[in-house]
Design a protein around this ligand. Structure first.
Ligand SMILES: NC(=O)c1ccc[n+]([C@@H]2O[C@H](COP(=O)([O-])OP(=O)(O)OC[C@H]3O[C@@H](n4cnc5c(N)ncnc54)[C@H](OP(=O)(O)O)[C@@H]3O)[C@@H](O)[C@H]2O)c1
Length: 306
């Protein structure tokens, strides 16, 4: 079994060492143009040339949860795409979102500014019941984040495409229930895949439906957010702030208003990183299962886009 490694922005050596140790029977190699045919490939942002030169590939293992960039390539119809599911990302996402929600709710940003000026002053405690958190997306990451938020006793709402039942979460689904979900939320967390149906979902019409003093956390993809709509709602006062990890253009350009906006916190697409060891173990398990003809989790439905 030959397995190509074609991941831009990742040093191949440590990946190959780990993969060879996990699957000694397979022949792993770093793809270069003109390389011989492989059965499977481990990819991140591969060039179209890679796909075109490997028509016999059976599986693409994407070393991330989001496959929006991969699905923009011309892929042969029978090629199966497999995403990482969790592989250490869900707990990181839970940390990031809980940190952002709690920092806003407890006004730790204000305390940080006070401390910088040696000012000892208290903020009035706020009622948790007045900070319902709405999660757009209740998949692998969204449901783990919901569980973590519920531990801090925030009211949690969730929205998905199909009906879901998640312990402790008031669940909504489908376009028909989106407005009711938004009206029930004050803090909005985006954990959707980027698809034609979800692009631009964080727009003026939807964000304006959040409860007054709304707060936006985008940890999914930059393409979900209409950036000028967010800025307008922040400046008009309907929204209290935003924590953004993903952007339409990354790295976020130096002159972008988000960098200096007093109500916006920016992080550099770091909310849930791909962890090499966990990812290698998961991919090796899945290759093993495929070669025994067993089903695997994380198969992407290419028609649906996630
Ligand atoms: N910033 C980062 O560092 C980072 C890291 C990892 C992932 N991400 C992003 O996070 C996204 C989510 O990851 P995941 O593993 O949780 O994905 P997932 O398991 O595929 O879950 C996706 C969720 O979104 C829902 N959904 C999809 N399309 C929808 C629509 N049109 N309307 C309503 N709900 C819709 C799905 O509904 P159903 O339950 O009905 O299918 C599901 O609940 C990834 O696609 C990626 O873009 C970002």
């Amino acid at each position: 079994m030959r397995i190509a490694f074609c991941c831009t922005d990742h040093k191949p050596e440590p990946w190959l060492a780990g993969l060879r140790a996990a699957l000694p029977e397979a022949d792993f190699f770093v793809w270069t143009p003109g390389a011989p045919a492989a059965d499977h490939a481990i990819v991140w942002s591969p060039p179209q040339q890679f796909i075109d030169e490997q028509p016999g590939l059976r599986t693409l293992f994407n070393i991330g949860a989001g496959v929006d960039a991969l699905l923009k390539l011309r892929l042969p119809p029978g090629l199966q795409v497999v995403r990482l599911d969790d592989a250490g990302m869900a707990v990181q996402m839970a940390e990031y979102v809980c940190h952002a929600v709690i920092r806003h709710f407890r006004e730790f940003d204000v305390y940080e500014a006070d401390a910088a000026q040696a000012r000892w002053s208290f903020r009035k405690p706020r009622a948790r019941a007045e900070f319902p958190v709405g999660l757009l997306g209740l998949g692998v990451l969204g449901s783990r984040v919901a569980q973590a938020l519920a531990q801090f006793e925030f009211p949690v709402k969730g929205w998905s495409r199909t009906p879901r039942v998640v312990d402790g979460v008031e669940c909504f689904h489908g376009a028909g229930q989106l407005d009711a979900f938004l009206a029930a939320s004050r803090v909005l967390v985006c954990l959707l895949p980027l698809t034609p149906d979800t692009a631009g979902i964080l727009n003026r019409a939807h964000l304006a439906r959040l409860q007054p003093g709304g707060y936006v956390i985008n940890v999914a993809r930059g393409g979900h957010l209409v950036e000028e709509d967010l800025l307008a709602l922040l400046d008009e006062g309907h929204l209290a702030g935003a924590t953004l990890d993903v952007f339409r253009q990354e790295p976020l350009p130096l002159e972008h208003p988000f960098w200096r906006h007093p109500k916006v916190t920016v992080t550099p697409h770091t909310s849930a990183r791909t962890l090499r060891d966990e990812s290698i173990a998961q991919i090796a398990r899945k290759i093993g299962a495929l070669s025994r003809g067993e089903p695997i989790a994380g198969l992407v439905d290419r028609g649906r886009g996630y």
